[in-house]
Ligand binder design. Sequence first.
Ligand SMILES: [Zn+2]
Ligand SMILES: [Zn+2]
Length: 231
Amino acid sequence: MGLLDFIFPKYCVNCKRVGDYLCPNCFSYLSFDTKNICLICGKPSYNGLTHPKCRGKYRIDGAFTGVVFNPVSKKLIYQLKYKPYLKDLGDFMTDLLYESLIQNEEFVRVTRSRYVFVPIPLSDKRFKKRGYNQAEIIAVNLSKKFGFLVVNGLERIRETKSQVGLNKEERKENIAGAFRLKEQFKYHIKNKNVIIVDDVLTTGATLYEAGKIFKKGGVIQVFGVAFAREQ
Ligand SMILES: [Zn+2]
Ligand SMILES: [Zn+2]
């Protein structure tokens, strides 16, 4: 136990028991996500890749996730979003995500090439209010594991309403045109590979939209990574 643990003891996000962000009992409610789907058609896909028949010039190439979105992983994500003083919660969650990713042989194959991690940005308004972006915390922690740079290359150019309660098509409409590449980033991403990082993947509308922006900007391979997947 370090000094900081003594001053700020960790509590299980689910049952509040002192010790770690998840006690062994609540940890057992988590499960690695194995439901890989193609983000284009939404049907099952081997190892999370976009089906050959669903590929397109401006389409994302696949997506990988860590754990199943359930009441326990939801609490982890909530704490990461709203409790910035939980300094190493991001490490804890990224370790889980990493363990899941390296079990996916397709992800391991893909990341033999060099990538840059790009977190899904918050709107300026939300960023100012919260002071940090939870997707960036995950991206920074992943970068330590994979040795890829993190580049905040996307910006949100308009506010979007919450995606909660919307179906796949509504989500796509809601997020369409919400992002653009930052001017200073345009030159650097041509002919590179990008992994977009987000906290939760639901229908994949956000990753789909961001993927399109990168492909139009000349990126070769675009994949998405999210901590949890809503089933
Ligand atoms: Zn617990
Ligand atoms: Zn498909």
